[in-house]
Ligand binder design. Sequence first.
Ligand SMILES: [Zn+2]
Ligand SMILES: [Zn+2]
Length: 419
Amino acid sequence: MLTLGPKGTNDIMPGEIEKWHYIEDIIRKICHEYGYSEIRTPIFEHTELFHRGVGDTTDVVEKEMYTFEDKGKRSISLRPENTASAVRAYVEHKLYASPQPVKVYYIGQMFRYANVQAGRYRQFHQFGVEVFGSRDPAVDAEVIAMAMDFYNRLGLKEIELHINSVGCPQCRSAHREELHNYLKPNFDGLCKLCQSRFTRNPMRILDCKEEQCQKFSKDAPTTTDCLCEECAVHFEGVKKLLDSIGISYIVDKRLVRGLDYYTNTAFEIMARDIGAQSSIGGGGRYDGLIEQVGGPPTPGIGYALGMERIITTMERQGISFPKGAQVDVFIATLGEKAKTKAFQLVYNLRGSGLAAEMDLVGKSLKAQMKQANRFECKFTLILGEEELEKGIAVVRDMANGEQAEVPLQEVVQYIAEKL
Ligand SMILES: [Zn+2]
Ligand SMILES: [Zn+2]
């Protein structure tokens, strides 16, 4: 047991981490371009925050949270997502008093005690953004545009953007009533879960995966059919802006986000993945959330994706990742004296910003040369008794095999100039 990590967790090992760095670099760059600043919130929060900010009735909060009592008898939970924490921080630091909108992004671990299956882990990573303080359709369109821009930069192919509007609480109570009237005659035919949703949250019946429910709800009125004037105008505004920058989308009237604080825009991005389509991210507007968590009424919208899912989708689509940074110089040595000299040289090379390595386990010269090849380093330096006596080193340019004898005190400068 001691040599196995807990179920549902992964070590990201050297060789794999370079993919994460590559994607994270793209994230940081694109977030900078779109005006987002990074926020880092704690990995654990008061449990109550997630009850309010994710929703009591969600599976995530009901069944999947890592909740424990700390030594001060407080109920603490590991974060199952990051939006609630970002909202809490926005309120706690009174960012509503600074110029709006406030745009933040995060990358980090999330925790859910769920069944472990392909692509689902108990510790996983999300990248996400939140925008607080504006309900302008331009904000919605910008968040969506950034998400699509990000997938394109990663090189993902066959991506589909699905959008919808779930309206405001007024539209939704109209919708709820129409839905009740429509589904009532077939109540007995719905699955157990949907029967309980009928009063609690009938909108969720529209995206139930059970065949019988899909049959009964196929032509049911959707939120989009019941939008009030203001919400209809908002949705048109978002679509018009997406059109203006050539982002194509599918209006998916069945795309819903069930909780009361979700409003207006909902979106999801799908990618082709081993024959089927799978979600590679999504988000939407949550104008009721900040108030729900105890802040002043403030509009907001967010978007998140699972990093593990992105990496596996890229791999399955055959997208290659660039290699991590290379070793610039490897110093191969022969004899104790040469080793001491190499130690100094490596130190000086690193001091001038180069990645330098030398043998640290007493390998033969031949084995050292093999290692230099494995590092795919740009230069190899050979240092033995003879070279030391002459005060030179043999520098080999690994790209073209050219060798030069370089005075020891000029080695650092010589290599720095060549690179
Ligand atoms: Zn409305
Ligand atoms: Zn159902």
